[in-house]
Design a protein around this ligand. Structure first.
Ligand code: UDP
Ligand code: UDP
Length: 456
């Protein structure tokens, strides 16, 4: 029997979580799962198999070994012929495969669970296939964990109309990525169907926080963006999982650099620059004279990225910059890099995880969108004041259109010398810490949801 001094037992919610594919999707889901565990929830994680990239496989296994209470159920994807889909992007094909399989597999996996989950949280890319099954066959409320910005959510809710989006005045038709302009493209079809399914869900959790997107969040919840949209909960920035691996060489290299002196350059987990652009970026970094750490990526899927750096830079670049630059081609712990005192600025494609991680650590951004939601996210960065867009940017920069080293050099100089973006980024860090701390807006929303789920 508990003594009278014991705190009252907390009812604990049981939440089933279904992520989709790609690090940008898996990472926030595992961070979310970790938060739920820290608030005493029981978590059932559905892991789609097989997995596309080595980075994702490793992240799942690291997560499961550091969260032994999480119950993992494997969702063995049904056979799917990719030649029947109009896309060659391995991640997009994987989203399609999960989306087709999930409705058939979820009932057998989730219905026998005891205790029964109180909610199913899934990715936006699975909304149209999972939300109907969740309600009709599983009798479970279905929530979306939206892994991009609130402005992107507003754009999705109103797609294909991209102008005059309430709360996101900077968004316009020029920000629509080329892939969404082709209605026959698989991604465009998924995007449209999933946007339409938003109204059939029970709530949307977004990895953002009030101070980063105040107007977009207000407009979403005041019904200005789309009538019938369920409540939108800003619950971010989701806390990184932390690594138990040995301290990496790039962190030791940063230890040797002066405070706030290094530009960190990385374009995320799945975006490769063209070889010509990589060479111009090298020229820009060299000409700028700044210290830098650059993560080079040449293939979409990490397992295929085998060419060494020596083959890439045959003109002596690595030798010339060795005193002040570190170039790597492996997976780095980005969170730890951004947290390092030596990092002064982040040149990024503005993938939303990268934006929230920069905000969390108060690092100003030079943003260079390369696809998908990145131009809209770059608009959020600019509107917040914590970063700048690469001057002269247009779709195709970094791919078929090569940005000259001189342009990159000038942009680096501007971001490194701009005191005002640094000040805003530093305030953003304080706000991010406040949002997820005790009594913070994001934390209170998440604990409120957990309390609601625990009563289901
Ligand atoms: N997205 C969406 N509906 C979908 C698939 C994606 O709204 O059906 C959004 C989501 O916000 C994501 C963005 O589009 O952040 C780009 O998706 P993708 O998976 O191509 O890119 P990634 O985020 O992996 O770079
Ligand atoms: N990331 C990392 N190390 C790398 C490359 C990427 O830790 O070498 C992480 C990064 O911190 C972020 C995620 O991978 O959490 C990338 O997500 P983002 O939304 O920024 O972009 P995407 O990869 O979808 O383009």
């Amino acid at each position: 029997m508990p003594s009278s001094a014991d705190p009252a037992p907390q009812p604990s919610a049981h939440v089933a979580i279904l992520p989709s594919a790609g690090m940008a999707h898996v990472t926030p889901f595992l961070r979310f799962a970790s938060s739920l565990v820290s608030f005493g929830c029981r978590v059932t994680l559905l892991r789609p198999l097989p997995i596309v990239s080595s980075a994702e496989s490793l992240q799942f296994s690291d997560f499961l070994s550091s969260h032994p209470s999480v119950h993992c159920l494997d969702l063995h994807l049904l056979p799917f012929d990719p030649s029947s889909a109009n896309s060659t992007d391995p991640f997009c094909l994987q989203l399609e495969s999960i989306s087709r399989s999930a409705p058939h597999l979820l009932p057998d996996l989730l219905l026998p669970l005891d205790p029964k989950p109180s909610a199913l949280v899934t990715d936006i890319s699975l909304a149209s296939s999972v939300a109907p099954v969740s309600r009709a066959r599983l009798n479970l409320p279905c929530f979306i964990l939206f892994i991009s910005s609130s402005s992107m959510l507003s754009f999705l809710a109103r797609f294909p109309n991209a102008d005059d989006i309430p709360g996101s005045p900077f968004v316009d038709a020029s920000m629509v990525p080329p892939v969404l302009r082709d209605p026959n493209n698989l991604f465009a079809q998924q995007f449209s169907a999933n946007g339409a399914a938003l109204v059939a869900t029970d709530g949307v959790l977004v990895n953002t926080f009030d101070a980063l997107e105040p107007r977009a969040l207000a407009a979403l919840n005041q019904g200005e963006v789309l009538e019938g949209l369920p409540h939108v909960f800003a619950i971010g920035p989701l806390k990184p999982l932390g690594s138990k691996r040995a301290r990496a060489m790039e962190l030791e290299w940063l230890d040797q650099q002066p405070e706030r002196s290094v530009v960190y350059v990385s374009f995320g987990s799945r975006t490769a620059l063209s070889e010509a652009q990589i060479k111009e970026l090298a020229r820009g970094l060299e000409r700028s004279g700044f210290r830098f750490m650059w993560v080079v990526k040449m293939k979409i899927v990490d397992k295929e990225d085998e060419e060494g750096l020596e083959g890439l830079f045959r003109d002596g670049f690595m030798e010339r910059v060795k005193e002040r630059g570190l170039v790597v081609k492996h997976w780095v712990e980005q969170g730890e890099i951004l947290a390092h005192r030596a990092v002064a600025a982040f040149m990024s494609h503005s993938g939303w995880n990268s934006v929230t991680e920069a905000a969390m650590h108060g690092v100003p951004m030079l943003v260079w969108p390369l696809g998908g939601d990145q131009r809209i996210n770059a608009g959020v960065v600019e509107a917040s004041g914590m970063g700048r867009l690469l001057k002269g940017w247009e779709w195709g920069c970094g791919g078929e259109k090569v940005v000259a080293g001189e342009v990159i050099e000038e942009a680096l100089r501007e971001i490194m010398e701009d005191v005002s973006v640094g000040a805003v980024a530093s305030c953003m860090k304080d706000e991010a810490v406040r949002a997820v701390g005790v009594g913070g807006s994001s934390r209170d929303r998440l604990t409120g949801l957990i309390e609601k789920w625990s009563k289901c």
